[in-house]
Design a protein around this ligand. Structure first.
Ligand SMILES: NC(=O)c1ccc[n+]([C@@H]2O[C@H](COP(=O)([O-])OP(=O)(O)OC[C@H]3O[C@@H](n4cnc5c(N)ncnc54)[C@H](OP(=O)(O)O)[C@@H]3O)[C@@H](O)[C@H]2O)c1
Length: 253
């Protein structure tokens, strides 16, 4: 269906059973024709539907390419199209590089990176046929540089940033727009167990509002909160010696 800044058409939010995805789905429900919400926990999705009828659950595991394609086909059959897909599914595990847990590292890559790849593979054929569509992938500022205890998580987010650039270049001629969202710390179930200081922490509502603003402005990279996210991004530009010196200082505190 035709879309505008005030109506995103038919939207598929993945990772919508909690946190940023749930917050974003709730925020945009009156700015869309239909909102499909996905995650593995069908009970949580059903609870959200019971509160806001516009959000329709389609439980799926992003690590299964086949299940993701089937889910996309079902949503398109029911709603007529997927005009905007937002990938918020994610997995986080604290991991130092001297205590690698290979199983968790594979899980992180399967959910964070291949989950997004499976989504793209599932929605692009329909979007190409309609010559329009938008793909939004939630990465993290943790993808800009290697950070302490992020051995499992950071590389998956760096891979997403790189993937999104290729997607934008290759899909633009087919009328498909791509954005990458790089949040700092957001107060969600994912961060609630962290024992370390999380500077610049914002609420889910603030994160969802910032995502919406960035998507409306058709930005390629959407960063928030402004100061913290851009400070981490700047770390990408400083020389390596200065980056590692800064990290050592931070760890000594
Ligand atoms: N919170 C932060 O500070 C922060 C910062 C930067 C980036 N991010 C990113 O933001 C995104 C959302 O995270 P969040 O903080 O909102 O965490 P969250 O509340 O834990 O949400 C994660 C979502 O992903 C879903 N999910 C996990 N594995 C899945 C799978 N295999 N298949 C389908 N869905 C799956 C979860 O639902 P089920 O368990 O029901 O499947 C849940 O809905 C993630 O990509 C995260 O890396 C978060």
């Amino acid at each position: 269906m035709p879309t505008s800044d005030d109506n995103f058409g038919n939207v598929w939010v993945i990772g919508a059973s909690s946190g940023i995805g749930e917050g974003f789905a709730r925020l945009i429900e009156d700015k869309c024709q239909n909102v499909a919400i996905s995650a593995r926990s069908s009970d949580k999705l059903e609870k959200i539907r019971s509160e806001t009828e516009k959000l329709t659950p389609f439980p799926v595991d992003v690590t299964s390419a086949q299940a993701m394609t089937e889910a996309a086909n079902t949503i398109e059959a029911q709603f007529g199209s997927i005009d905007l897909v937002v990938v918020c599914s994610g997995y986080w595990a604290v991991m130092r590089a001297d205590q690698l847990d290979l199983k968790k590292m594979h899980t992180a890559m399967e959910i964070n990176f291949f989950g997004a790849v499976n989504t793209v593979a599932a929605v692009v054929p329909g979007m190409k046929a309609r010559k329009r569509g938008r793909i939004v992938i939630v990465s993290s500022v943790a993808g800009y540089r290697g950070l302490p205890q992020a051995a499992a998580y950071g590389p998956t987010k760096a891979a997403l940033m790189n993937l999104a650039e290729t997607l934008k270049i290759d899909l633009e001629p087919s009328g498909i727009d791509v954005s990458i969202v790089n949040p700092g710390f957001v107060d969600t179930p994912m961060t609630r167990t962290n024992k370390f200081t999380m500077p610049g922490m914002i609420s889910v509502e603030e994160a969802a509002q910032s995502m919406l603003a960035g998507i409306r402005q058709k930005k390629f990279a959407v960063l928030f909160p402004f100061v913290f996210a851009n400070t981490v991004r700047l770390a990408n530009l400083v020389p390596n010696w200065l980056f590692f010196w800064g990290i050592r200082r931070m760890l000594r505190r």
